[in-house]
Ligand binder design. Structure first.
Ligand code: ADP
Length: 475
């Protein structure tokens, strides 16, 4: 199959979250399974052109609304790769200090990514041989509408990685973006605004999301972000496929760690902890006291407020340390800094985005905490497994699909239900008890390090659906 995968970020070029990992790994997995795959990305200012020099592919002119847009396509100058990468150069849209905002969302995000989508539809039309056109999240919602008319032979697949971000814009943009010509107002109107996400949900042939649990949850009012009815209507065409992780990439044998280790040398986790303690000025910890880690966006989705409140009480009465690495909302930066000030030797805090440091936190942790209010799939818990850290998660979305509580069969972590600090505190207390049972804890660590969530399995599940729904087959 000839698959075009359109995304707003992908490692190693641009990353703000899990979508960047998914974009790189899934495309790679399809290419390894013998498919022709192209990854299409915006050309943001953030591209490190020294590390990744690029060369010109072509230029096209696009007429949309009353404007003419000149679009230049670039690709990496590196030797031929399994996945062909194209960067779409629209300087007015992507030559900015942030990907989506700095840090507040740019007011013209709808226009930026709609013109990106229109350009991709034109390129796919010009190619003529695209079988499957995948678009991810709100940034690729408008693409689904443009592609229906511009390249009708392609199966249009829209993937939801996070329903809460919707790419809303003013109704004044409708004629500027020709949405009235390419779509129907019922497909994009959302509370007197234009919703990029709704366009994707209504216009695509097939809707996918990143876990079966999240696929069910988003059809309910608690998780549907106001789009639950649209999703219920499209229910027969909505499926969840679990993300995988790039196993060789996420390995505690990595040279990025001060003390690389395997399931047979788990004692080195404490040596990694000592290195992190030194870096962050933390005190030493008794052998029977656990280390809790958190790596993630500082956002209400991730339950950072629950984390702060729970640990501020729990650490008063119990032994242990907490290592947090995150960037995001200033409100959470302040509350985490206050927690650290209360426990300067027991709470380590990194307020940056730093991939190498993230691995050190995973390596140093005995438990990895994800008290998410919602979690489409979550990579953190899967990475934690690889590093022999047991996840402590809220029972939601992909977390519920991938973590089994220690009281159940195939135990792999601790699961709690309510999004409250008290529920998290109770889970921390259970974790402490488990940590003191040295043999059981060690067995569980070795067990989770042997779990596999490979991209090949996910990539094949996607391909089966592409085959099933490709145009020309009646359903
Ligand atoms: P998201 O909702 O942000 O996509 P995921 O759990 O799916 O959450 O993926 C988050 C990814 O980003 C993981 O690979 C995690 O290790 C990484 N990450 C998050 N915050 C940071 C940070 N501050 N520094 C380094 N890596 C981070």
């Amino acid at each position: 199959m000839n698959i075009w995968y359109c995304s707003s970020e992908a490692v190693p070029y641009f990353k703000t979250g899990g979508l960047a990992d998914v974009s790189a790994s899934l495309t790679q997995a399809w290419a390894q399974l013998g498919h022709r795959v192209k990854l299409l990305l915006p050309l943001y200012r953030q591209l490190d052109r020294k590390k990744y020099p690029i060369e010109n592919v072509k230029t096209l002119t696009l007429h949309l609304g009353l404007c003419d847009y000149t679009i230049t396509v670039w690709r990496p100058r590196a030797k031929k790769q399994a996945v062909e990468v194209w960067f779409i150069d629209l300087p007015w849209a992507f030559d900015r200090s942030g990907l989506y905002g700095a840090p507040q969302d740019y007011p013209d995000n709808l226009q930026r990514f709609a013109v990106f989508g229109r350009a991709l539809a034109a390129l796919a039309q010009e190619d003529g041989g695209v079988d499957v056109l995948v678009g991810n999240d709100w940034q690729c919602g408008p693409l689904m509408a443009y592609a229906r008319i511009e390249c009708p032979q392609a199966l249009r697949v829209f993937c939801i990685h996070n329903l809460a971000y919707q790419g809303l814009g003013s109704m004044y943009t409708i004629s500027q973006l020709e949405l009235d010509r390419y779509s129907h107002h019922l497909h994009y109107e959302f509370h007197h605004q234009v919703s990029s996400m709704k366009l994707g949900l209504t216009e695509a042939d097939l809707l996918l999301t990143v876990s079966p649990g999240y696929a069910k949850e988003i059809q309910t009012s608690a998780y549907g972000c106001g789009l639950e009815e649209v999703l219920r209507e499209r229910g027969p065409r909505l499926q969840g496929i679990l993300n995988g992780i790039d196993e060789p990439l996420w390995s505690p044998q990595t040279r990025k760690l001060p003390y690389p280790y395997t399931a047979r040398s788990l004692g080195k986790k404490r040596q990694n902890l000592h290195a992190l303690q030194k870096k962050w000025g933390l005190g030493r910890l008794a052998d029977d006291a656990p280390v809790f880690g958190f790596v993630g966006r500082l956002d209400s989705q991730k339950g950072v407020d629950l984390l702060v409140e729970a640990f501020s009480r729990w650490l008063e009465r119990n032994p242990g340390q907490l290592c947090v690495l995150g960037a995001g909302h200033p409100h959470y930066v302040t509350s985490l800094a206050a927690l650290q000030a209360s426990f300067p030797k027991r709470v380590g805090l990194g307020l940056t985005f730093d991939a190498a440091l993230a691995e050190q936190v995973y390596a140093a942790s005995d438990f990895f905490v994800m008290p998410s209010r919602y979690e489409p799939c979550g990579l953190g818990q899967l990475i934690a497994y690889r590093f022999g850290a047991l996840p402590i998660v809220r029972h939601t979305g992909g977390l519920a699909d991938t973590v089994n509580d220690i009281k159940t069969k195939n135990a792999s972590g601790l699961v709690f239900d309510e999004a409250t600090p008290h529920a998290l505190e109770a889970a921390l207390t259970r974790a402490l008890k488990l940590f003191k049972q040295k043999n059981r804890f060690h067995q569980l660590q070795v067990g989770v390090m042997g779990l596999h969530f490979t991209w090949e399995t996910s990539a094949q599940a996607y391909l089966r659906l592409f085959e099933k729904y490709k145009p020309g087959i009646e359903h």
